[in-house]
Write a protein that binds this ligand. Structure first.
Ligand SMILES: NC(=O)c1ccc[n+]([C@@H]2O[C@H](COP(=O)([O-])OP(=O)(O)OC[C@H]3O[C@@H](n4cnc5c(N)ncnc54)[C@H](OP(=O)(O)O)[C@@H]3O)[C@@H](O)[C@H]2O)c1
Length: 376
């Protein structure tokens, strides 16, 4: 790897999406870690930060608490040049992507090839279509750099690591069902309680569960990308086009670009969803947005399931995965818990960042190898 190792052992880090909700929460966590002396792992040095409008490079590093001020002072329009500079050597040791940008994900092969580990909250890289996915895999293989994506599905829930470890240990997934969208879990939970669909979506945006323009959640695209990432963790060669996707809200309605007008237009669906919730109630069912995989078929869709079903009993914003496999055939493996929100996502990104930093850290104390005499 040809990355920017500092003489004091600090790990150089670039952060994209620094001014977003997850990015700025991550900066708060990093500032708290700096204030505590960063004893849990290698010291980190933020050498670059970007949002969609601007970016800066600072080889000497900027304290986490000052990154947003420094970004605000960066030259407007500088983001693209700074983004390209991240692939030049010496590259940052870790690049953290807290955007939701496909354009940023397209840079992963260049960054990985330059030896930077990439930590992603952004699903566009880990769920990329085959050409980009293959370029990412090739760059990783060539340089030894890693893509860390735990935050992309279920935030802090141990979903991807568990699936990868089981697959590596010879397990083969037969089928699973899951709730992967904290936003849709929240919205459908509120609709089932009697809240109008449009009001429930507005609440989800207000609480920070959904993005200001909630199209990728309501279309099921976000859940479909998560399903691609989960299936790849189980060893399946799939891409987005292989997922059957039934949107919660029709794509045509979601084409409205202005968030406020979109939220207003959603009111047209309130009556339909009020009726669906009432029918489900009468049948002792609950609406969930279910991701499923069985018989080689992968699907995301709103579905009414019996009220006693484990996926129907989740609290708003909880995610869950129920899996049957070669090893879990007598009883399924269930992983469930809060799996969305800015705090948990930022915490998952920090955990991945620390794991990436540990890969680059130079051991400070090398133990002398015991002599042959000592071993005799
Ligand atoms: N919020 C959650 O609860 C949650 C949960 C799980 C996963 N995630 C994922 O985490 C990521 C961030 O979510 P968020 O809620 O923090 O989003 P957000 O608040 O919309 O922030 C996105 C950030 O990315 C920046 N950005 C956009 N395009 C960029 C580009 N081309 N180059 C550099 N920066 C760019 C934005 O800059 P501007 O401010 O200039 O637009 C902003 O700083 C997303 O991938 C999301 O799906 C979020």
């Amino acid at each position: 790897m040809t990355t920017a190792a500092a003489s004091d052992g600090a790990i150089s880090v670039a952060l994209l999406g620094a001014s977003g909700r997850v990015g700025s929460r991550l900066l708060e966590l990093l500032a708290a870690r700096e204030a505590a002396g960063g004893r849990d792992g290698a010291p980190l040095r933020i050498v670059a930060a970007l949002n969609s409008r601007a970016g800066f490079l600072a080889r000497a590093g900027v304290p986490a608490g000052r990154v947003l001020d420094r970004l605000a002072a960066a030259a407007p329009g500088s983001a693209a040049a700074v983004r390209a500079a991240l692939a030049q050597r010496p590259a940052p040791q870790v690049i953290v992507d807290c955007t939701a940008s496909a354009e940023v994900a397209a840079c992963y092969p260049a960054w990985l090839a330059a030896g930077s580990d990439v930590v992603a909250a952004n699903k566009h890289g880990p769920a990329a279509d085959r050409p980009l996915a293959r370029a990412i895999a090739a760059a990783r293989a060539a340089s030894g750099a890693a893509l860390h994506d735990a935050a992309t599905v279920g935030a802090q829930l141990p979903l991807l690591a568990t699936l990868r470890e089981l697959h590596a240990a010879g397990d083969r997934v037969a089928a699973f069902e899951a709730v992967l969208s904290g936003t849709l879990s929240y919205v459908l939970g509120r609709v089932q309680e009697g809240t109008a669909l449009s009001a429930a979506v507005r609440e989800a945006v207000g609480c920070g569960y959904a993005e200001p323009h909630p199209a990728s959640d309501l279309s099921g695209m976000d859940a479909a990308r998560k399903l691609v990432i989960l299936l790849r963790a189980c060893g399946h060669d799939v891409e987005l086009a292989d997922i059957e996707r039934v949107p919660l809200v029709e794509d045509a309605l979601l084409a409205e670009p202005a968030p406020e007008r979109l939220l207003a237009r959603l009111a047209a669906l309130d009556g339909t969803w009020r009726a669906r919730a009432a029918i489900a109630d009468a049948r002792r069912e609950r609406w969930i947005y279910r991701a499923s995989f069985a018989d080689g078929r992968a699907r995301v869709a709103p579905e009414a399931v019996p009220a006693g079903h484990p996926l129907a009993r989740l609290a708003p914003c909880e995610n869950a995965l129920i899996l049957r496999s070669r090893y879990y055939h007598a009883a399924p493996l269930t992983i469930a818990g809060p799996g969305a929100g800015v705090d948990l996502t930022a915490a998952a990104v920090l955990a991945d960042l620390l794991a990436a930093a540990a890969r680059h850290a130079v051991p400070r104390v090398r133990l002398a190898a015991p002599s042959a005499a000592a071993l005799a």
